[in-house]
Design a protein around this ligand. Structure first.
Ligand code: ATP
Ligand code: TZP
Ligand code: MG
Ligand code: MG
Length: 261
C-alpha cells in the first residue's frame, strides 16, 4: 500500500448503507481519504475533485442510481477511474437490468464482484443468495470472459481471486476464509482497488495494480487471522483494520501468492 500512502488519493464513494463506516475506516487505514455523498446537487463536482470513484450497488435505490450516473459522467469527462462493485446483481431482476444499462452509458476501469455477480452481469448462470453469489466457472475463466465481454478489467473474488483484462489473467491465493464471515469485506476491497489505481495512475497496467491490491488485502487478512484466531470474528475485524494500517511492500515480500495463468 506504499503508493496509496504516498499519494493519499481522495476516493468518492457512492456505496451501500451497510458498509459506509467500515469502508471509510479501511480507506483511511491504507492511506487514502474517503468521501461519501450521493446528493444530486454535488455529486458531479465531488467526482471531478476526486482521484477515484467507487460505485457499489448494495442498497441501490432509483435516487442513488441517478447519483451514480451523474458522478460517472463527470468522472469519465475528467478521466477519473471508476471501480464498480455490482453487489447482488443476479439476485433481483431490477439490479441486473439497471447495472447492465448503466454499463452501456459509461466506461468503468475495474469491476469487482463475487463469482455469481460477475456471471450474472454477463448473462451466465449464477447461484445467488442475496448478496452472496457463486458461479460454476473457475474464477480465472470467468474473469477473462467478463473482461472481454465488458471491455474492462474484472476481478472475481472468493476462495481464490482472479483478475483479467481479457489478455492477461492472474490468480491470487492470498486471503482467509474469515473474510467471508465479516460483512463488507468485499465492498471495502472494491474501495481499496479504487485507491490503488487512483494512486498508481491509469497509465500503469490496471490489471497488475488490481492484482497487487488484492494480494496485499489478502495478506492483511492472513496476518489478522494469526492475531485473532483464539478470539473470534469480532476481533478479526478489528485486527484486519490494524493490519491494513500496517501492511507495506516490505511486509509482503516473499508472501505474495500470485500466478499468471
Ligand atoms: P460474498 O458476499 O459472496 O461473500 P463479497 O462481495 O463479500 O462476496 P468475497 O468474494 O467474499 O466478496 O471477497 C472479499 C474478500 O474475501 C476477498 O479478498 C476474497 O479473496 C476473500 N475471501 C472470500 N472467501 C474466501 C475464502 N474462502 N478463502 C480465502 N479468502 C476468501
Ligand atoms: N446487504 C446489502 S449490501 C450488504 C448487505 C448485507 C453488504 C454486502 O457486503 P459484502 O462486502 O458484499 O459482503
Ligand atoms: Mg461478503
Ligand atoms: Mg459483495
Amino acid at each position: 500500500m506504499d503508493w496509496v500512502r504516498k499519494k493519499n488519493p481522495l476516493i468518492h464513494c457512492i456505496t451501500n448503507d451497510v458498509v459506509t463506516n467500515f469502508t471509510a475506516n479501511g480507506l483511511l487505514a491504507v492511506g487514502a481519504s474517503p468521501v461519501m455523498t450521493a446528493n444530486h446537487e454535488e455529486v458531479e463536482e465531488m467526482a471531478r475533485t476526486a482521484d477515484g470513484l467507487l460505485l457499489n450497488t448494495g442498497t441501490l435505490t432509483p435516487y442513488q442510481y441517478e447519483a451514480m450516473r451523474l458522478a460517472a459522467q463527470a468522472a469519465n469527462e475528467n478521466q477519473t477511474p471508476i471501480v464498480l462493485d455490482p453487489v447482488a446483481v443476479g439476485a433481483t431482476s431490477y439490479r441486473t437490468r439497471v447495472v447492465q444499462a448503466f454499463l452501456e452509458g459509461v466506461h468503468v476501469a475495474v469491476i469487482r464482484g463475487n463469482g455469481g455477480e460477475i456471471a450474472a452481469l454477463i448473462g451466465m448462470h449464477a447461484d445467488m443468495h442475496g448478496v452472496e453469489g457463486k458461479s460454476d466457472q473457475p474464477p480465472e475463466m470467468l474473469a477473462k470472459e467478463a473482461a472481454n465481454v465488458l471491455g474492462t478489467v474484472v476481478c472475481v473474488t472468493g476462495e481464490r481471486d482472479a483478475v483479467s483484462d481479457g489478455k492477461h489473467t492472474y490468480l491470487i491465493k492470498n486471503g482467509h476464509v474469515w473474510l467471508s464471515r465479516v460483512v463488507g469485506t468485499g465492498c471495502l476491497l472494491g474501495a481499496i482497488i479504487s485507491a490503488y489505481i487512483a494512486a498508481k495512475g491509469t497509465n500503469v497496467d490496471l490489471s497488475r495494480s488490481a492484482t497487487e491490491a488484492l494480494a496485499q488485502y489478502g495478506l492483511a487478512a492472513e496476518d489478522a487471522f494469526a492475531r485473532s484466531k483464539d478470539e473470534g470474528i469480532g476481533t478479526f475485524q478489528q485486527r484486519f483494520l490494524d493490519s491494513l494500517g500496517w501492511i507495506n511492500d516490505d511486509h509482503c515480500h516473499g508472501k505474495i501468492n500470485v500466478q499468471q495463468v
